[in-house]
Write a protein that binds this ligand. Structure first.
Ligand SMILES: [Zn+2]
Length: 215
């Protein structure tokens, strides 16, 4: 399977627009994997690819909620289908962090081999928090497996033994005060990335603002 082509076909790769990234930098491309999730067949295949490098090494899969719940379950399912009794868990978002709080979940982490899965790595913040939360509960991390790494993150930076990505992409990210799209007054997308926050800080931006989702 050509994963990048599948993402493009699903509408997850957005090009030729004007986005504000999590880092605050600007750029013309964005990856938003949400359009994949309703496609159960495709997400099942991706879940299978995510666990492939870790077959036989995992007791529990964990993921940052809520987008990741589907991925955690389908990734674990791919291992169950191979005959391994693997559990699917997730950490719930709390203020700035992620917490394992649901009844019975912690038992699936304590002294277990834990794989963290995620759809998209940008800054890696959510995944790193889930890694530390899994360790706090006594989990032994075997690695992180993601569909798309667009932050050039490494296993070292995440402090895990291994990082696998089905695709790695890098888009040019430009500091806002040097952005040629701002210079040309191209409208900024507000409902993907951090455009909405930028609008609050720059209400008078000459190019104005646009929405994409549902448009
Ligand atoms: Zn810009």
């Amino acid at each position: 399977m050509d994963v990048l082509e599948e993402l493009d076909r699903a509408g997850a790769v957005l090009l030729k627009r004007h986005f504000v990234y999590t880092s605050g930098k600007h750029g013309s491309a964005y990856i938003n994997l949400d359009p994949l999730f309703p496609n159960v067949g495709l997400v099942s295949q991706l879940g299978n690819l995510l666990v492939k490098p870790f077959v036989g090494q995992v007791d529990t899969v964990i993921d940052p909620a809520t987008g990741g719940i589907v991925l955690s379950v389908l990734a674990a399912r791919a291992l169950v289908d191979r005959g391994y009794p693997v559990a699917a868990t997730w950490a719930d978002k709390h203020d700035d962090g992620f917490v394992v709080e649901r009844a019975g979940f912690a038992e699936h982490l304590r002294d277990k081999r834990v794989l963290v899965v995620e759809d998209l790595l940008n800054t890696g913040g959510s995944v790193e928090k889930v890694c530390r939360e899994a360790e706090r509960h006594g989990g032994q991390l075997v690695g992180v497996s993601v569909i798309c790494n667009r932050g050039s993150l490494t296993a070292d930076k995440l402090r895990v033994p291994r990082l696998e990505a089905l695709v790695s992409v890098s888009f040019e990210a430009i500091p806002a005060d040097e952005c040629p799209l701002c210079e040309s007054a191209v409208p900024i997308v507000v409902d993907i990335g951090h455009g909405a926050k930028y609008r609050i800080d720059h209400p008078g931006y000459a190019g104005g603002y646009v929405t994409m989702i549902g448009a």
